[in-house]
Design a protein around this ligand. Sequence first.
Ligand code: GLV
Ligand code: MN
Ligand code: MN
Length: 427
Amino acid sequence: MTPEVAPNAVAAVSAARHWDRLMAMAAFGGFTDADGHPGVNRPACSPEDIAARRLLLGWGAELGLAASVDAQGNLFLRQEGVEPGLAPVMTGSHMDSQPNGGRFDGIWGVLAGLEAIQALRDAGVTPRRPIELVAWTNEEGGRFAPGCMGSMAWAGHSPRDTWDDVTDGDGVRFGDALSAMLASESDIPRRPLGVTAGGPAPFAYVECHIEQGPRLESAGLDIGVVTGIQGSRWFLVEIVGRTDHAGTTPLQLRRDAVQDMVRAINALNALMHDPADVLRFTIGRIEVSPNAGNTVADRVRFTIDCRHPDGAELDRRADAVAATVGEAMRTCTAYVTERFRAAPSVFAPLVQEAIQRAADAQGLASTRLPSGAFHDAQFMVPICPSGMVFIPCRGGVSHHPSEYSTPEQCANGVRVLTQVLADLASR
Ligand code: GLV
Ligand code: MN
Ligand code: MN
C-alpha cells in the first residue's frame, strides 16, 4: 500500500450527500416501469436534461465553481487551482440517459466529480492545477444518433455542425434542440469549443462510470481500473420499395421493404457470426413505413451497432456491411450510411496507475478491465492522458430501469476519484 494522497479529502466524501444528489437528479425524467423499477428517461437537450443541468449549475454555484458552456452544449464547472494558468485536470461524464434508461449511467460520473471537488474543498485542499468538471452533450445517442456528439466536437474528432441536421423520432433537428438549450442557458458564460481555442490541453481526463457489465460484481471487487475501450461502428440502413395492397398484390409483383430487410438481417447475422462471442452486433431500432397491417411496406430503416476490441477485425466485418446489405436486396434498393466510428482506445498508464494507487491505498479490491461500452473518455485519448474508474452495478445490468449500484459502491468510486484528482492536480 502507498500512502494516501489527500486523506482528509478522501474522508470528507459524503456518501449520503452524493446519494441524495443522485436521487434528486433521477427525478428529472424519472418513471417507474411495469415491473416497478425506477428508471430515467432524459433525452439529450430535452426539458428534463435542461432542468437537470440547471440543478447541477445550482450546486456548482453553491460551491463557488465557475460555470461555462460551449457551442456544443458541453457544460463546465471549474475549481481554480493554486496556479490558474496550468493545464487543468478534467473529470466528468454525461447527463442524458437512454430511452427508459437507468439512474446511474452517465450522471453518476458527473456527480462523482462534483462530490470529489466538494470533498477537496471541505478538506481545505486547493490543488496546484485547476480541476474542471464537464457534462458532455448527448453521449447516449438515444434521441439524436450517434452518441458522444459533445466530446467528439470538443476533441476535434468531427466539426461541431456535423450532426445539426440529425433528427429525433419527432423530426426535431439536433441543431434546433441544441440552440433552444443554449438559449435557456444564456446566463451562463460561453467558452470557446475545444482545446485549441480554450487554452492548454488538459493535463489529464478521468471519467467515473458504472461498469455496465457483470465482471466486478461477480468477482466481488470494488473498483475497475479501465484499460481501454473497444472499437464501435454504427450504420443506418434504409430500404426503399413500394406500397401495395396486402390482399390483392401477388407476392411476385411486390417490392416489399420488410421482406428485403429480413434477408439483409439474415445476411448480416452471417457476416457478424463470431464463435468466440467477442464481437457485439446489435440491430436495436427498426422503423417501418407506412406501418399499416394491410399495406406492403415501402420503406424500412434500421440501425446497426457493431463493436470489437480488435480494430482490424471490427473493420473487416464493418467494411462489408454495405455490400452484404446490397447483395441481400431482391426487389428493393438499400442505402447504407455510416454514422459513428470509434477506433479501439487504450488508456494512459499515468491515469491507470493513479487509479490503481488510490484503490490500493484505500484498501479497495480492484482489477484492470476493458470497457465494452463506449464513453466520452475515448475521444479524450488523443488529447491528453485519459482513463476511467468503474464501480460494480447489480447483475451487470445497464440501459434498463433496474440499473443499480449501492450508495457504498458509489461512494467508493468517489473516494478513489478524489484521491486521483488530488494526485494528478498536484503534479
Ligand atoms: C453507450 O451508451 C454505449 O452504447 O456504449
Ligand atoms: Mn454512459
Ligand atoms: Mn449508456
